[in-house]
Design a protein around this ligand. Structure first.
Ligand code: NAP
Length: 267
């Protein structure tokens, strides 16, 4: 693989969607660095991805700005460039607003927003040099409200706003910024990840993917292909599945109708 092949950094690349995104970019000929806090988890992912000398791992808590700057130095030393940053770290939630605490909201804010902000700030100079791209992984919950998703909707809406602001501000620096907003993604443990958040205020259906939203689970490969498309073709804002963009537009234009449709699409 020539040393001129593009380089992507995937935060949260040791698990879930991030791991599939790493695989997709490897298959597209990129050199890939995956980032997470647990070295063991990263090593297991690297063994599974089998990317040879085109795959590197880095242990880093991306919510810490100083660690992100060290990570930028590591990428520069190891690869000499960075073409794409995929900010994939994020945590969902289950709960109702009446029970949402400041501590929980701060944690969700840290996982879904601060990680993206800090990593993007630290990588900006490298991305400016390559005229590169940032792709942030949002959610349908960053475009519309949803019952029973606790503080996740608030955090992902903040990420949606941050993404557009970054795009507007970094346009002049020739750094493209995109958002991919998927609905629930298929995975083996879907529906079992939020059992610990169950409260009496929640129906049983709330632990289902998307908090019980009637949207079919997406294959993670479809989402990863959309992320690659954003990086290669400078797409700006992709919603998956695509037809839900109409629902979002209707809700923005006619909020009462939007609420009615959202309730109709939830269990
Ligand atoms: N799953 C879905 O149905 C769905 C739907 C729509 C959108 N999304 C979005 O897709 C993204 C990925 O979700 P997922 O469920 O696939 O994730 P996941 O399986 O929970 O994996 C999270 C990854 O992030 C890493 N991580 C967490 N905090 C970190 C930190 N502070 N610094 C560095 N690494 C950190 C984890 O590794 P360590 O724990 O070792 O750090 C792990 O690699 C999220 O943004 C999520 O909101 C998911």
């Amino acid at each position: 693989m020539p040393e001129t092949s593009p380089v992507v950094l995937v935060t949260g690349g040791s698990a879930g969607l991030g791991k599939i995104i790493a695989k997709t970019f490897l298959n597209a000929g990129y050199r890939v660095m995956i980032v997470g806090r647990s070295t063991e988890r990263l090593q297991n992912a690297a063994d599974e991805l089998d990317g040879g000398d085109r795959l590197a791992i880095a242990t880093c808590d991306v919510s810490e700005l100083a660690q992100c700057h060290e990570l930028a130095e590591q990428i520069n030393t190891q690869f000499g460039r960075l073409d794409t940053l995929v900010n994939c770290i994020g945590t969902s939630d289950r709960g109702v607003v009446t029970e949402l605490t400041a501590d929980r909201l701060k944690q969700l804010w840290q996982d879904n927003v601060l990680t993206t902000l800090h990593c993007s700030q630290a990588m900006l100079i490298l991305l400016e040099q390559s005229h590169g791209s940032i792709v942030n992984i949002g959610s349908l919950a960053g475009k519309v409200g949803a019952r029973y998703l606790g503080g996740y909707v608030t955090a992902k809406h903040a990420l949606t706003g941050l993404t557009q602001q970054m795009r507007l501000e970094w346009r002049d620096r020739d750094v493209h910024v995109a958002l991919v907003s998927p609905g629930p993604i298929r995975r083996p443990d879907a529906g079992q990840r939020y059992a610990q958040h169950n409260s009496e205020a929640l129906p049983e259906s709330a632990s289902a993917p998307g908090g019980g939203t009637k949207v079919k689970g997406l294959p993670p490969e479809t989402v990863a292909a959309a992320v690659l498309k954003c990086a290669q073709r400078k797409k700006t804002d992709l919603v998956l599945p695509g037809h839900l963009r109409c629902l979002i537009a209707i809700g923005n234009a006619f909020p009462r109708l939007g609420d009615w449709l959202l309730l109709k699409f939830s269990r």
